[in-house]
Design a protein around this ligand. Structure first.
Ligand code: SF4
Ligand code: ZN
Ligand code: ZN
Length: 300
């Protein structure tokens, strides 16, 4: 089969665009989707901390942002958090170091054990699923490191299906506050010590990031976190992929409609700004979730 744009052989057919792509035109397509995101949110002349787990999506995100950094005048610094998960964190960290070196970027590396005195494996010994605690520590540490190092944004490697699955999961579970808080971008609020989040892969599917990694020979860690199995988000993804197969564009349309719903509801700007009495970072109560988790699990 030929590429829809030139005479070269096609390497991928994308159902939702109805087009065949050769390697060059696929790279243009993928970069185009990230440019669409950066353009829509006017992300230019910024200093961005790129959270890289070592997996396919975040590694591809780092590579793409690095490619676009000159055009958009972006200062790109990769960030890796070692969660201390046996047989997973070490190879992932190695991949992040390799790609950072290959792109000649300085890497910020933080170990959860050094930072908080415990690992996710320690949490897993006490809790059936450590994912809730893992989410708390990741959000907190990323924000704190980005704030202390004066970054404009933290970039994460969430793709279209991650976002749609997360939104559907929140609707299904009745986490309405969380549903309304999650959007394609959050703005930086220095007064509240909050660094905004961007998701440059927001208009891309995982099959597309995989294709980009393969044709550009980007090595990444293809291990899955041992605690991911059976997570409800995986089930939501399976349902969404079935829908996408039957109705190309299904996931994008769902996401677009969910975003329309969000826009109809005003954001709660009235939420009182409070700071944790232990660490001084934002919280809704007296003590933030991170400090609570640290008190419970820290071995120090
Ligand atoms: Fe953390 Fe692993 Fe759970 Fe992901 S699957 S939240 S990395 S423990
Ligand atoms: Zn082509
Ligand atoms: Zn705190």
């Amino acid at each position: 089969m030929k590429c829809s744009y030139c005479e070269k052989e096609s390497i991928i057919f994308i159902r939702r665009t109805g087009k065949h792509y050769c390697e060059d035109h696929f790279n243009q397509f993928l970069l185009g989707r990230v440019k669409k995101y950066l353009g829509k949110h006017r992300i230019k002349n910024k200093r961005i901390m790129v959270a890289v787990s070592g997996g396919k999506d975040s590694t591809v995100m780092l590579h793409v942002l690095w490619q676009l950094s000159e055009k958009y005048n972006l200062e790109i610094i990769p960030f890796y958090l070692d969660l201390g998960i046996k047989e997973y964190s070490k190879p992932c960290g190695k991949s992040v170091r390799e790609i950072s070196e290959m792109l000649d970027l300085d890497l910020i590396e933080v170990s959860l054990l050094d930072f908080a005195g415990f690992t996710i494996d320690d949490v897993a010994k006490k809790e059936k699923k450590p994912c809730r605690v893992c989410g708390v520590v990741k959000r907190y540490i990323m924000n704190r490191i980005a704030f202390e190092n004066n970054f404009d944004f933290v970039a994460t490697g969430h793709t279209m299906i991650d976002e749609a699955a997360f939104a559907i999961h929140n609707l299904y579970s009745g986490n309405i506050d969380q549903f309304f808080r999650t959007y394609e971008i959050t703005r930086t609020e220095k007064k509240r010590k909050l660094v905004g989040r961007i998701k440059p892969l927001y208009y891309l599917m995982e099959t597309e990031t995989l294709t980009y990694a393969l044709i550009n020979r980007i090595s990444y860690c293809d291990l899955e976190c041992p605690y991911a199995e059976g997570h409800p988000i995986q089930k939501q993804k399976e349902i969404l992929l079935e829908g996408e197969y039957k109705f190309p564009g299904f996931i994008y349309n769902i996401l677009r409609s969910l975003n329309k719903i969000r826009k109809k509801v005003p954001l709660e700007s009235s939420v009182q700004v409070r700071f944790c009495k232990i660490c001084g970072y934002p919280t809704t109560g007296d003590v933030c979730n991170f400090c609570k988790v640290k008190m419970k699990y820290s071995k120090r």
